[in-house]
Design a binder for this molecule. Structure first.
Ligand SMILES: [Zn+2]
Length: 80
């Protein structure tokens, strides 16, 4: 089984044989060392209703969106 992770900065994807919330790595595409979010989290962020999104959402990186959505209770984590 392989799981997809998405670069917070440029949205390049990588696959890993394990499922966790996010991984930290240096991106091959954009060269940034940062967080890659699991695809399912990215899908959750993309499915949020537009009227509930915090200010500046469009200009946030994926990991910033994730933190903002968590803080506002827009998404819940169902596993640790
Ligand atoms: Zn990247």
């Amino acid at each position: 089984m392989s799981e997809t992770y998405v670069c917070s900065n440029c949205q390049t994807t990588v696959t890993r044989p394990f499922q966790i919330r996010s991984i930290i790595r240096t991106c091959d595409e954009c060269g940034q060392n940062g967080r890659f979010l699991h695809r399912s989290l990215v899908d959750s962020l993309e499915s949020l209703p537009a009227e509930e999104l915090p200010d500046g959402w469009e200009s946030m990186r994926l990991d910033e969106r994730f933190e903002a959505a968590l803080k506002q209770g827009l998404i819940q984590l169902t596993r640790s």
